[in-house]
Design a protein around this ligand. Structure first.
Ligand code: GLN
Length: 469
């Protein structure tokens, strides 16, 4: 599939119309969506919208103008069904759009549809979607990863030029790694969370799924920046990321922390990361030793913090305004049954875990300790980033797994995010880009950089992308 920058250039030269791009997308969807199930909703007026924006195309149209994209279904879109892949949000028509969606709108971007995910973004395979899983376009017997699985599938299968996803612990990078596209998680606060249905508010961030690193730079540039409606969004200048990439990465320092190549990482994945390290050196980056000794505690910290925040965030869904409302005389009983029927098993597990770690007697042992670990991990990263500009690691310990491989064992499923979660806990920016496949399955190479250093992250990613090709 062409990149969005290539499509933009063709539109600019008048070689193609937005309607033709939408037709192309709909043909691709027609051919494979039945098998892959990447969308929960397809807009039926996308083609009319394309014709409309084409007519209004200004001379100085930006790079996103008239190009179709998809958004994960936990990002609200005005007047377009938004479910977070949960029964409890069935029938919800948001009266407003997320800031990220509004900003794309303002650039003339065309929303094609809403993509599948694990319910409320809790999961790593889309197997926890209340509306059935998506399938990996590279090998449909395998999961696409999650929770932004639908977005990764849509991009990897060529259904749209790019997609928005969301991250709490790896939900953009992990499916990007499994499907063979580029997944960018911006630093915490880089992109407004307004209109992103909250899972764990201190970790959540909207990210991008794209064909290449340059496209990630373009989309990030459009959605990043302070938003008065999200008090955690940061008031920091947004550089021209594409221009940053064109500076090259020569002279940047990088490290490969050995803790990310430890037990549990498949040999083929490890070998590909070591090869990538050699390639980065050949590109003129300087390699240094770094250690991140507390890495193995990140998963524990995450499962102390994320479910606690989720149990609080999800308390608002009571089944009264939309979703399945239980017919009960007693109000408390009505809430209880509506929530019991509206939430799926993984979401219930998280709520239970969250209320447990927050309860008297367990708070100090679990929640508080998890927060202390988080502080430690942050400090460890801060020290590492005084030595190096970026860290190179695998995105995931293994390549895409088969359906059902981890559904019976939540801990095995949680392991899929062991290498992505640290960046969320520390608020870093991080990206996954495809390395050389192993046994025909995509391998994700991860780069991480200090908070708000998307500029160096993308420069290094651009260099690595060029070298691995
Ligand atoms: N897979 C992780 C979880 O289940 C991360 C999810 C996410 O990043 N939204 O919590």
């Amino acid at each position: 599939m062409e990149t969005l920058r290539e499509a933009a250039a063709r539109l600019q030269r008048g070689e193609v119309t937005s309607a033709a791009l939408v037709d192309g997308a709909l043909d691709a969807i027609e051919a494979r969506e039945g098998e892959l199930h990447s969308f929960l909703t397809l807009l039926d007026d996308a083609r009319a919208a394309a014709e409309d924006v084409q007519k209004r195309r200004p001379k100085d149209a930006g790079p996103l103008y008239g190009i179709p994209y998809a958004a994960k279904d936990n990002i609200v879109t005005r007047g377009v069904r938004t479910t977070a892949a949960s029964r409890i949000l069935e029938g919800y028509l948001p009266p407003y759009s997320a800031t990220a969606v509004e900003r794309l709108d303002a650039e003339g971007a065309l929303l094609l549809g809403k993509t599948n995910l694990d319910e409320f973004a809790m999961g790593s395979s889309t197997e926890w979607s209340a509306y059935g899983p998506s399938r990996n376009p590279v090998d449909p017997s395998r999961v696409p990863g999650g929770s932004s699985g639908g977005s990764a599938v849509a991009v990897a299968a060529g259904f749209c030029h790019y997609a928005l996803g969301s991250e709490t612990g790896g939900s953009v990078r992990q499916p990007a790694a499994f499907c063979g596209c580029v997944g960018l998680k911006p630093s915490y606060g880089r992109v407004s969370r307004y209109g992103l249905i909250a899972f764990a508010s201190s970790l959540d961030q909207i990210g991008t799924l794209t064909q290449d690193v340059g496209d990630a730079a373009v989309v990030l540039g459009a959605i990043a920046g302070r938003d008065p409606r999200d008090q955690t969004s940061l008031d920091a200048p947004v550089p021209d990321y594409l221009q940053e990439i064109s500076r090259g990465a020569k002279g940047l320092r990088f490290g490969v922390p050995p803790e990310y190549l430890a037990e549990g990482v498949a040999p083929a994945v490890r070998d590909e990361v070591l090869r990538a390290a050699d390639l980065l050196q050949a590109q003129g980056l300087e390699r240094r030793e770094v250690r991140l000794p507390h890495t193995s505690y990140a998963l524990d910290a995450y499962y102390g913090i994320a479910p606690a925040e989720a149990s609080s965030n999800l308390a608002r869904f009571d089944g009264m305004r939309y979703g399945p409302r239980a017919q009960e005389e007693d109000l408390i009983e009505a809430y209880r049954r509506s929530r019991g029927e509206g939430f799926g098993p993984e979401v219930k597990r998280r709520i239970l875990l969250g209320t447990f770690v927050l309860s008297a007697g367990y708070y100090d042992t679990y929640y508080l300790r998890a927060q202390k670990l988080r502080t430690l991990l942050r400090a460890e990263f801060a020290a590492a980033f005084s030595e190096v500009d970026v860290l190179l690691t695998p995105t995931t310990p293994t390549t895409a797994f088969a359906f059902g491989a981890n559904t019976a064992d939540p801990l095995a499923m949680y392991m899929a995010d062991a290498l992505t979660i640290p960046a969320n806990l520390a608020g870093l920016c991080a990206i996954s880009l495809p390395g050389r496949p192993a046994d025909g399955l995509p391998v994700g190479l991860q780069l991480m950089a200090a908070p708000l250093r998307e500029d160096v992250l993308l420069r290094a990613a651009g260099a690595l992308e060029e070298a691995v090709r």
